[in-house]
Design a protein. Sequence first.
Lengths: 97, 186
Amino acid sequence: MDELDATIHQPARLQIMAALCQLKPLSQVDFTFLKTKLALTDGNLGAHLLTLEEKGCIAVEKTFVARRPKTFVSATAAGRRAFEAHAAALKAILKSK
Amino acid sequence: MNISPEEAARALGEIEASRAAMRTVIRSNRGHYFLWLWGGLWAVAALLVEFKGLHSLLIFRNWLMPAGIVVTFLILLCTQGKIRSPLNKRFIGVLATTVIFAFIWPLVLRGPGNARNDFAYGALMAMFCYIVAGIWFDVYLLRVGLLVSAILLASLFFFPALFWWSVVLSGVTLIGTGFYVRYFWR
């Protein structure tokens, strides 16, 4: 049976992972756009992304687009597996009610 | 880690809300503008030929097609940024080589063709690109590429009198696919 993941379960990180896992593998989303979509501040989103990156759930790529620094974020294969397992564990808890 | 069923339900609700928000964004980045643009241009070109005669195909070649290419690049510029998928350089290389050779082959293999065959050739070249892109990236491109190719080939070889109407149908198919990926894809 799948187990809950304490790192992913935090509400903001759960939203981040849900959004990133909706994308196709290797697809990336812009940091600013993600911040707006999830209604988080720069610092808040940055801190959550760092936590997820340290756990290997996401990959962060810093690059330049039209000479402006841009940060793109994507879910890793391990992150996708962890998120799916977490969602399955949540569903199992709900079923056992 | 243990949580209550209520908390699990709340978490699943947050996941679904986040997924739904992302789906909306993905839908608006799926290339439907290109399908609407080129589907519309094809349909207009074919209707012009059907009702105004073959000479009106020049309007498509000299004005509509170049305008379509410019608008395509403008759409590319305006829609990129939020989500990006790393392009496989080898794939782009294969596609570019195919398109270049597709321009060269007719010059080598045959003399000047007629308007119907020329249009079918160009359209099938575009559909070839859709099919290859569909194999690589997104299955809807594969499906629409196969469907439009089948429509065009069937009319070209079996119902030549209806060819320009099949181009209208192909254009409508592209436009319809654009609406599908924009509004109904999940």
